[in-house]
Design a protein around this ligand. Structure first.
Ligand SMILES: O=C(O)CCC(=O)C(=O)O
Length: 258
């Protein structure tokens, strides 16, 4: 028997995304580019290069209460990755990413610069956990059919705050009372808790990429290790699925992946 991993075709990977709501793709980003992206992200974090989102801006569990207390300037996101350095833009629009996402949508993909479009930095101290949610909660497009692409710039495990997903949850219809006022999926409702028990946290190796649907329920824990975790995240839509005029989703020019 061979020890070689079974490599899935792009078509099979897209099928897995459709079926499960997420799929892990290995080796989509060349190692040299990954090293450069990680070094760049570390540098930009050290320089506190703006625009930034701070943990204290969102105050999720584990975050400081304000910017005026210890840890108040812990960065959660290096925002607008696409514009902050050509290296990030190249990654977002690379032929490999475009080819993959085009196969999923079956039409020209567009990169949203209004959603995600950031490097997430999860810190051991003052880094927060993110509750169960669907990414679509604050987005407004003609259809709920967008895909987020998460590039692991280092290894990601449950210990350092990796993502958890509820397989198949992108296909489920929920009444609004299953979510709280901030559109987090309520873990105190028994039916919700039963679904959450089916969640899975894929271990990511540096360079792994997760594609996940905007309706897939996911969460992420705190970083219990000693090192900051870096992940680059972008969101794409198909050409026929426009952002609704006047919404935040339509607030920034998008990038067509031609
Ligand atoms: O890394 C995390 O805390 C999760 C981030 C996330 O799910 C999101 O920003 O939508």
């Amino acid at each position: 028997m061979s020890d070689q991993p079974i490599l899935k075709s792009k078509k099979e990977q897209v099928g897995e995304l459709r079926e499960n709501g997420f799929v892990i793709v290995k080796g989509l980003v060349p190692p040299a580019r990954l090293d450069a992206l990680r070094d760049l992200s570390k540098r930009q974090l050290a320089e506190a290069a703006g625009p930034l989102e701070f943990e204290a801006d969102l105050r999720y569990p584990g975050a400081p209460d304000s910017k005026d207390v210890p840890g108040g300037h812990t960065v959660r996101r290096l925002l607008d990755a696409y514009a902050r350095d050509p290296l990030y833009a190249q990654c977002a629009t690379s032929p490999d990413v475009r080819g993959w996402i085009e196969l999923y949508f079956g039409e020209t993909p567009y990169l949203s610069r209004a959603h995600h479009n950031c490097v997430m930095t999860k810190h051991p101290a003052y880094g927060s956990l993110t509750g169960w949610h669907r990414d679509v909660r604050y987005w407004a497009f003609e259809r709920d059919d967008l895909v987020s692409v998460w590039f692991a710039l280092g290894n990601e495990t449950a210990d350092n705050g990796a993502l958890w997903f509820v397989p198949g949850s992108h296909k489920l219809a929920f009444t609004s009372d299953r979510f709280d006022d901030e559109k987090f999926f309520r873990a105190d409702i028994p039916e919700n808790a039963a679904l959450i028990r089916t969640a899975f946290s894929p271990e990511l190796e540096v360079g792994d990429v997760v594609f996940f649907h905007c309706n897939t329920l996911h969460s992420a824990g705190k970083n219990l290790t000693g090192d900051v975790k870096f992940s680059l995240v972008y969101t794409y839509r198909g050409a026929s699925n426009a952002a609704l005029p006047g919404t935040r989703s339509a607030s920034k020019p998008e990038v067509a992946l031609l």
